[in-house]
Design a protein around this ligand. Structure first.
Ligand SMILES: Cc1cc2nc3c(=O)[nH]c(=O)nc-3n(C[C@H](O)[C@H](O)[C@H](O)COP(=O)(O)OP(=O)(O)OC[C@H]3O[C@@H](n4cnc5c(N)ncnc54)[C@H](O)[C@@H]3O)c2cc1C
Length: 453
């Protein structure tokens, strides 16, 4: 979506919200109405609140969210390279409140008394629920990266993986990279939010350096993994756009005739991917010296972006909703926690079988859970869910995109892919990559409207 389109969209949603009668507030609900409380007004929580009210307008829904406006993480790497600004990713909760009658309490949840079914907040408010939906997103775990376990280190080398001001820090750090400098990007291990995201970010940074006029700048990805979602199409795009050479160890993922379609570039590409098998796993970071030590050796950088291992949002960990994996186990049909009854966990924080951690997944789960809770409140049978995900990503140029699309169904009590994931075809034409970018921008626009307007 162009910057202008995003701005117009925000103006439109605010105006639409203002024109709609106010439905929210205690007086809109009878005293015996069921009350669903939602922790977190991000993609999962906000979608759930809206669709719960659409499916069952008689149910009272209260979202407790710590920030007055939402900054969407999806598409947020484009802040770093200046394609969009912070206004473009900031979304108002007005329409959810005024048009859909969702109550909002802007506060931080600090505890839940599961026996009393009562949520408490930092400001001392206590709110009771019939069912609780927990959608707090992610938290970051630096404990396994030597050199990154202090507050000072984490402020110097930021992740920028949860929107917010860290994106502006990364933007400034990129602008300060000297001509023909080196940027190191470190993706996290699985599972993590937005599987193609770190690679899209590396591509965007590469393109930004090229646009600035750098002839010999380098972006090096040091990866703890041997592959990533959309790798086959992303690596092909980089081979065409950035002189990227396919790592030898990755060739086995292609047929020989596919490998033959890759151009072998004489010089190292502007973007390089050091996969785990070739020594990409990071063992130590020296913040002062700006070096990253990986199994393949020590890399000196002008800018370092490390996205550390992720876990469920802190409140989910504090409430004992996560298991030892750091993520929250849930019944795969209703997303009800297997550790605490009457509590449903959705979005990045939950373990949803083969579903990736993405905004699209969180949105799909939220709609299913609204239907399941409606049925449960009415004492009716729950539905057999069908869930979807599509992850879009840019190769670096904002008109060069790709995707993976999936449908998920319950098989033997687990959410599994109904079929093979769908990607761009191998050796897609430039027109097909460009069309995918058009879909990406259109999706971001309509997806945001679906959740927040
Ligand atoms: C760079 C990047 C690009 C991405 N691109 C895509 C993409 O193209 N497509 C896609 O589908 N997904 C994408 N994603 C992933 C997507 O943004 C997330 O998967 C999605 O936001 C998850 O939704 P969620 O509701 O679980 O968490 P969030 O959206 O993070 O929402 C969590 C909310 O909970 C609130 N909260 C947390 N704790 C508390 C508390 N104690 N009290 C009150 N409130 C609390 C937070 O303030 C936040 O508003 C991308 C992510 C990144 C970082």
């Amino acid at each position: 979506m162009s910057t202008m389109n995003r701005r117009n969209f925000l103006k439109f949603t605010t105006a639409a919200a203002a024109a709609t009668p106010f439905l929210a507030g205690k007086s809109a609900f009878a005293a015996d109405e069921k009350h669903i409380v939602v922790i977190g007004g991000g993609v999962g929580g906000a979608t759930f609140a809206k669709y719960m009210r659409l499916y069952a307008p008689e149910v009272k829904v209260t979202v407790i969210e710590r920030k007055k406006e939402y900054q969407r993480p999806y598409g947020s790497s484009e802040i770093i390279v200046g394609n969009v600004d912070m206004n473009d990713i900031t979304i108002s909760y007005d329409a959810l409140q005024k048009k859909h009658g969702v109550n909002f309490v802007f506060d931080t949840v600090t505890g839940v008394d599961f026996d009393k079914r009562e949520v408490s907040t930092e400001n001392g408010t206590k709110i009771t629920y019939d069912r609780l939906v927990v959608a707090p997103g992610i938290s970051f775990d630096y404990s396994g990266i030597a050199g990154m376990d202090t507050e000072a280190a984490q402020q110097a080398i930021v992740h920028g993986w949860d929107a917010g001001d860290q994106l502006l820090t990364l933007q400034k750090q990129l602008e300060a990279v000297p001509v023909d400098g080196t940027v190191v990007v470190v993706p996290p291990p699985n599972p993590y939010r937005c599987p193609p995201g770190p690679y899209e970010r590396a591509g965007l940074i590469t393109q930004w350096l090229i646009n600035r006029g750098d002839k010999n700048a380098k972006v090096i990805i040091l990866d703890p993994k041997n592959g990533f979602t959309t790798d086959v199409t992303m690596l092909q795009a980089w081979n065409r756009l950035y002189g990227f050479n396919l790592p030898k160890a990755f060739e086995k993922n292609y047929k020989p005739e596919q490998v033959a379609t890759f151009t072998k570039h004489e010089t190292p590409g502007k973007i390089q991917w050091v996969m785990a098998e070739e020594g990409g796993r990071v063992v130590k970071v020296d913040v002062a010296a700006k070096t990253v030590e990986a199994e393949a050796g020590v890399f000196k950088a002008d800018m370092i972006n490390i996205i550390p291992p992720l876990k469920a949002g802190k409140i989910a960990l504090d409430l004992g909703l996560a298991d030892k994996s750091g993520w929250c186990p849930v019944d795969q049909k209703t997303f009800e926690s297997t550790l605490h009854p009457l509590v449903h966990v959705i979005g990045d924080a939950c373990i949803a079988g083969e579903m990736p951690k993405s905004g699209y997944s969180a949105n799909s789960q939220a709609k299913v859970v609204a239907l399941q809770i409606k049925a449960l409140l009415a004492g009716q049978p729950t539905i057999e869910p069908v869930l979807q995900n599509t992850c879009y990503a840019l190769a670096g140029q904002s008109d060069y995109g790709m995707f993976v699309a999936d449908v998920f169904r319950l098989k033997d009590g687990k959410l599994k892919r109904a079929d093979q994931p769908r990607y761009l075809p191998f050796n897609a034409s430039t027109a097909q990559y460009r069309l995918s970018a058009v879909y990406l921008h259109a999706w971001m626009d309509s997806f945001t409207q679906d959740i927040f307007s």
